[in-house]
Design a protein around this ligand. Structure first.
Ligand SMILES: Cc1cc2nc3c(=O)[nH]c(=O)nc-3n(C[C@H](O)[C@H](O)[C@H](O)COP(=O)(O)OP(=O)(O)OC[C@H]3O[C@@H](n4cnc5c(N)ncnc54)[C@H](O)[C@@H]3O)c2cc1C
Ligand SMILES: NC(=O)c1ccc[n+]([C@@H]2O[C@H](COP(=O)([O-])OP(=O)(O)OC[C@H]3O[C@@H](n4cnc5c(N)ncnc54)[C@H](O)[C@@H]3O)[C@@H](O)[C@H]2O)c1
Length: 466
């Protein structure tokens, strides 16, 4: 008999969720983690640290109170780097502890070391100074995540040039900054530093911001980011970078078109690569894609059926939220209880302001020729929006023009990533306009915008019918 039913490689959201799901089914499970701390990118270098820094930036800058009381409250005081990082470290430690306790509570063994497949049913674990361990298993869950991609143009290692992991080891807050890459990471960090009053230039090779968003929301976000002070350079790349040895001298970057930028810190966020090197997958016949990502089928099985892969290591959408769901579905499948993942997945983007969406965009519906109506509700005409001063916020609901079934939800503004869940739940349940009309919402709340946006859509439908 094998030592384990499931060996999980990696302890990020995908690994933790997969291990706990298998333990709930009464399986013998072990998690192998190469780092001395649990939690992967989500707990240590990505999701939670960046979201905590966002809250800190909003607090230290007095951003949320701007304009509310008729007094200038921005930049309440000069923030130091230790002010900036204090809470991030507290939240990170708490999350590592939570994960360790969760695994322990479910009887999941944890082994520190680098895991690799010695053969299709054996994971070998190597850790410095310790004897090698060989774990035999019925199933393997690869949940090894991803790492920032480092373009060779930049001298990483210099304390002023960061990837999204190293930005958490800042020695001083920047006086001026270039962020390379206008993906989610680049946009979120650009907003955070701009909210602290730091001049930020965002260089993005594509012509638009976060192209997976509904066009209206991508444009709105761009306008709000510019209003926050982020200088946008779309359709550009960085051509040269000079980082002088003297720390007091500025870093000089030339971007396509010839513009020269002088800053004291650079953040490069131009994508991530899957952590598959050294896992021994190719030898077993597991197929890998261009950036090393593991290729899987609908139930997250690799080309070797008892080896599953989930989370960032399989590529898009590469979110903590989706990684956990994939792990749950994969483990249920492995142990004979097949489920399918939710057909609608949300996006929560923690820019300033937040943007969130679930379901279809207007462009997607137009391309597919689906008849729809868009209902909008501005936070400026919502009492709670007025109270909190979030007057630029917007909720848009897309309904099928005939059945009035909800097809998509888009939110920009304070609490967007929370607000979207009302619409997400309706989408998953297959609900339509009547749900929002017949629901009594708390007053005053931003959630009431669901009713207002629905009435806006119904009003248009009536006008068309007449
Ligand atoms: C700056 C930033 C902000 C983000 N914000 C959000 C957000 O707001 N919302 C959201 O949903 N997602 C967000 N994400 C994405 C999210 O962090 C990832 O999608 C998520 O962490 C992926 O989980 P995972 O378990 O697949 O991988 P990871 O969290 O990367 O964990 C993989 C683990 O495997 C370990 N490992 C790797 N190789 C081996 C090996 N050979 N042996 C043993 N262990 C190994 C690693 O050390 C790591 O601990 C963000 C990412 C970044 C970088
Ligand atoms: N809130 C969230 O859900 C959240 C937050 C942060 C990160 N993430 C996840 O982390 C992952 C990685 O994020 P990311 O932003 O690093 O990668 P990304 O691939 O999403 O974006 C990288 C961006 O850099 C641009 N780019 C690439 N090379 C460039 C160059 N030479 N010059 C200028 N621009 C260039 C690309 O066009 C792209 O827009 C994503 O999968 C994302 O979903 C999610």
């Amino acid at each position: 008999m094998a030592d384990f039913d499931l060996v999980v490689i990696g302890s990020g959201p995908a690994g933790e969720q997969g291990a706990v799901q298998a333990a709930r089914l009464g399986k013998r499970v072990v998690v192998v983690e190469r780092e001395p701390v649990l939690g992967g990118t989500a707990a240590n270098t990505g999701t939670l640290p960046s979201k905590t820094l966002r809250e800190t930036a909003l607090y230290l800058s007095g951003y949320r109170a701007r304009g509310l009381y008729g007094v200038e409250s921005s930049l309440r005081r000069e923030a130091t780097v230790s002010d900036f990082l204090y809470r991030e470290r507290r939240v990170k430690e708490q999350e590592r502890l939570r994960i360790a306790q969760n695994l322990q509570r479910h009887g999941v063994e944890v082994i520190q070391g680098k895991g690799a497949l010695a053969d299709a049913h054996t994971v070998v674990v190597r850790a410095e100074g310790l004897p090698e361990r060989r774990l035999t298993t019925h199933h393997v869950l690869i949940a090894t995540g991803s790492t920032p991609f480092r373009p060779p143009l930049y001298p990483f290692g210099d304390p002023r040039v960061h990837d999204s992991d190293e930005i958490l080891d800042l020695h001083a807050l920047p006086s001026a900054m270039v962020v390379v890459g206008g993906g989610v990471i680049g946009c979120e960090y650009a907003c955070m530093f701009a909210a602290l009053g730091i001049p930020v230039t965002l260089v993005e090779v594509k012509k638009e911001l976060l192209s997976f968003l509904d066009d209206e929301f991508s444009a709105l976000l761009g306008q709000r980011m510019e209003a926050l002070g982020v200088r946008m350079r779309f359709g550009h790349t960085v051509e040269t970078v000079q980082v002088p040895e003297q720390q007091s001298e500025p870093i000089r970057l030339t971007i396509s078109g010839g513009e020269q930028l002088e800053v004291d810190q650079v953040l490069v966020a131009s994508g991530r690569s899957a952590n598959t090197a050294g896992l021994g997958l190719e030898t077993l016949g597991v197929k890998l894609g261009a950036r090393g990502q593991v290729e899987v089928g609908r139930t997250y099985q690799t080309s070797v059926p008892h080896i599953y892969a989930v989370g960032d290591v399989i590529g898009f959408p590469a979110l903590a939220s989706t990684s956990m769901e994939q792990a749950r579905v994969a483990v249920l499948h492995a142990f004979g209880d097949p489920h399918t993942p939710s057909p609608v997945l949300p996006y929560g983007i923690y820019t300033i302001p937040e943007v969130s969406m679930a379901g279809e965009t207007e462009e997607g519906l137009r391309t597919r020729g689906v008849p729809y109506v868009a209902g909008r509700a501005s936070f400026s005409t919502n009492p709670r929006g007025q109270i909190i001063g979030e007057t630029h916020g917007l909720l848009k609901l897309l309904f099928h023009r005939e059945s009035q079934k909800l097809l998509g939800v888009h939110v920009l503004g304070e609490q967007a990533s929370e607000l979207v869940h009302v619409g997400l739940t309706a989408l998953v349940a297959g609900a339509g306009a009547s749900l929002f009309v017949e629901t009594c919402f708390n007053y005053p709340t931003l959630s009431e915008t669901y009713k207002a946006a629905t009435y806006d859509a119904l009003h248009q439908l009536k006008a068309w019918t007449r």
